[in-house]
Design a protein. Structure first.
Length: 137
């Protein structure tokens, strides 16, 4: 697992307490798991993707990540319809580890309530939150 000072916590993203990140473009929320989560999970070996068109509800599981250590839910930070999924993860789930913010994005959601973004953390608040968790080895 990465040391705290090695984590890539980005300024242009919002974060959840369950370690998903969100990048907004218009009314589309691109979602993935952050550097902390991918590091804690270890090698990702399978990503369960939802179907395009399915409705995601904020805070609800919409897929899962399986690693050599555990299976973890992927929760949607926002409510809306799944507009796209990263099909590359079907053949290359390790992209979540190698490039969690670019090539390893997981889904895009067409948001129905952008006000839900107000409940997410910006990078400073998220980093402070991570510091309260069990020590990173």
């Amino acid at each position: 697992m990465k040391a705290l000072e090695e984590l890539d916590i980005r300024d242009d993203l919002a974060y959840t307490q369950t370690h998903e990140w969100v990048k907004i473009t218009g009314n589309i929320a691109r979602i993935g798991v952050d550097d902390y989560a991918q590091s804690a999970l270890g090698d990702i070996v399978y990503v369960e993707l939802p179907s395009v068109g399915v409705v995601a509800n904020a805070g609800a599981a919409i897929g899962s990540l399986e690693s050599t250590k555990a299976v973890s839910d992927l929760n949607s930070p926002v409510t809306g319809q799944i507009a796209a999924v990263n099909e590359a993860l079907s053949d290359s789930p390790e992209l979540v580890n190698a490039s969690p913010y670019e090539d390893g994005w997981i889904i895009e959601v067409e948001m129905t309530d952008p006000k839900e973004l107000d409940g997410l953390m910006k990078n400073d608040a998220y980093l402070a939150f991570v510091k309260t968790l069990a020590p990173i080895e």
